[in-house]
Design a protein around this ligand. Structure first.
Ligand code: GLU
Length: 446
């Protein structure tokens, strides 16, 4: 029987969950769920000055927001705990003592140094980057090019990253390490320590870097921000998940829009690319819009409701049924939930329409004709269904020697205050006879 995979996401709680971290977490999650393995969350809080409980909490919240659940972690426990490095000091001490007693490490100025022996080859296979082979002379070097021994315990008694990560990955039974490409350079250092302690090595898969559209390191403006800022900007967890999954990976089938479950089905670490991935906000917008279209209208309503409220719209005056069907009429317009909230404001508040549109462009000579047409349409309202209104309108427009363009345009403006909207008869049907009449009356069109 083959061994079950145990992977981990090991963030340092020195900031919120940003795009790079979320990307790493997501690929670990996909790999664990795809292979039926275990996803461990470990908090790397050995930087006592910069680590905070608030950031730890915000990382956990960020992962939950993205829909990434873990099987073991500081909040959940598990058989390999504790899951915070600050609570595992005895282990770091114990293995440092072992290395010291075997002469593989030495103490100097109160710190513990791991001795890097010359003449060794450190080679390993990376699932993404292939075979890597480094001579021990080049694993850790001083500025003048000479071998530099690796600090494993600092003077203050805290372990260094390259050491603690080895002790933890080994003692937590991690057998596949999936992390950012910036850690390829650390891997040989870590492997020397694995080998010196006689630990079985895990597998490695490094993920490509994420670059801004300008091909430079992600800047604050271009994605190096917390996942919650994306939530505030109107992106859905499903949109961000789908978008991040496509950074450095794509299903063999080329499918671009998928749910978490579909991604798990499709995921194969062999299809991760080495090429740096580009963070393209236009692509995120597109994916987010597609995810919004896939959503159940009632779920979409819950995503949009807070933004309607923020805009001061009287959401509580309407039934969920009315609001959800308004979103159905909106028909997938808007790339973010904020845009969808804006584009649908006229369903909730006529004053948004009157703020945008004063009706001054309606030609006086056209008014009598329009009044007649709209009056007849209100009379012929029937069940208010789109089909019915559309058919009646066509008949009435023709009978009055008018056209869709001539007669539907002022109506669209009067109902929505916008040049572009869903079909005007769908909007009218959704608003209802009384509200439609009231809006037409306001502009002197009835
Ligand atoms: N705490 C490290 C980081 O956030 C973990 C790196 C690793 O996965 O080994 O970069």
């Amino acid at each position: 029987m083959s061994e079950k995979y145990r992977v981990r996401f090991a963030p340092s709680p020195t900031g919120s969950l940003h795009i790079g971290g979320a990307h790493t977490a997501l690929f670990n999650w996909l790999f664990a769920r795809r292979t039926g393995g275990t996803f461990v969350l470990r908090i790397e809080d050995t930087d006592r000055e910069r680590s905070t409980k608030e950031y730890e909490q915000s990382i956990l919240d960020g992962m939950r927001w993205m829909g990434l659940d873990w099987d073991e972690g500081p909040d959940k426990g598990g058989a390999f705990g504790p899951y915070r490095q600050s609570e595992r000091m005895d282990l770091y001490r114990k293995y440092a003592d072992q290395l010291l007693s075997e002469g593989k490490a030495y103490e100097k100025d109160g710190a513990v140094f791991f001795r890097v022996e010359p003449g060794l080859h450190v080679n390993f296979h990376d699932e993404v980057y292939g075979d890597i082979d480094v001579e021990s002379e080049n694993v850790s070097v001083n500025q003048d090019g000479t071998i530099k021994d690796i600090v494993i315990m600092k003077r203050d008694g805290m372990p260094t990253y390259n050491y603690a990560v080895v002790i933890d990955d080994f003692t937590m039974g991690i057998n596949m390490v999936i992390r950012g490409e910036d850690h390829v350079i650390n891997t040989p250092k870590q492997l020397l320590i694995y080998d010196a302690l006689g630990f079985k090595r895990p597998g490695f898969a490094h993920l490509p870097m994420i670059l801004g559209k300008d091909k430079k390191k992600l800047s604050k403006r271009q994605g190096a921000t917390s996942v919650f800022e994306y939530s505030d900007m109107g992106y859905l967890p499903d949109g961000v998940f789908n978008f991040l999954a496509l950074l450095g990976w794509s299903p063999r089938s080329g499918q671009e829009i998928f749910s978490r479950e579909e991604a798990v089905e499709l995921f194969d670490i062999k299809n991760v690319t080495r090429k740096p991935a580009v963070f393209d906000i236009e692509k995120l917008n597109h994916i987010n819009q597609e995810q919004m279209k896939r959503m159940d209208p009632y779920a979409l309503l819950e995503a949009i409701r807070p933004f309607w409220k923020q805009m001061g719209l009287p959401v509580d005056k309407f039934s969920d049924e009315y609001l959800a069907s308004s979103l159905k009429v909106l028909g997938g317009r808007g790339q973010t939930t904020i845009q969808a909230a804006e584009y649908s404001d006229y369903f909730l508040d006529f004053s948004k329409v009157t703020e945008r549109y004063d009706g001054k462009d309606i030609k006086d000579e056209l008014r009598p004709k329009l009044k007649k047409i709209y009056g007849e349409l209100i009379e012929a309202w029937g069940d208010g269904s789109f089909e019915h209104l559309h058919n009646m309108a066509q008949e009435i427009f023709t009978a009055n020697e008018s056209s869709m363009k001539e007669a539907a345009t002022p109506m669209r403006w009067a109902l929505t205050g916008r040049k572009v909207s869903p079909g005007v008869f769908e909007v009218a049907g959704q608003l209802g006879r009384e509200e439609t009449k009231k809006r037409l009356e306001y502009y002197g069109l009835i």
